[in-house]
Design a protein around this ligand. Sequence first.
Ligand SMILES: [Zn+2]
Length: 119
Amino acid sequence: MKCPHCERTERQNKAGRTVSGRQRYRCMYCQRKYTPNPKPQGYPPELRYKAIQMYVDGLNYRRVARHLGVSHQTVYDWVKKYAEDLPPVPRPEQVHKTEQAEHLKRSKSHRENGACRTA
Ligand SMILES: [Zn+2]
């Protein structure tokens, strides 16, 4: 433990707990009490953004997770949250696929009708 006031790491004694239940310490050098900052919650937004970008680029959860050194559950949660935040519009590739299917159907019926015969 390191005192935030004098930055010493020796002789840091426990001094009870705060109302929120966090461990408090007392520095025996400067006699001040302090509560160490908890670890920052979660991951930096850049990492989260990167994970989503990689997923959108076609990597699966596990590959993204392995690449970024986080758990695949974390990646899954990020992507899920990201998808929930998106407005409910069809994704571009789905629209594209539908158009392609329509096109195939049309050209198929053309052939069946003999309209495309070039002989
Ligand atoms: Zn101190």
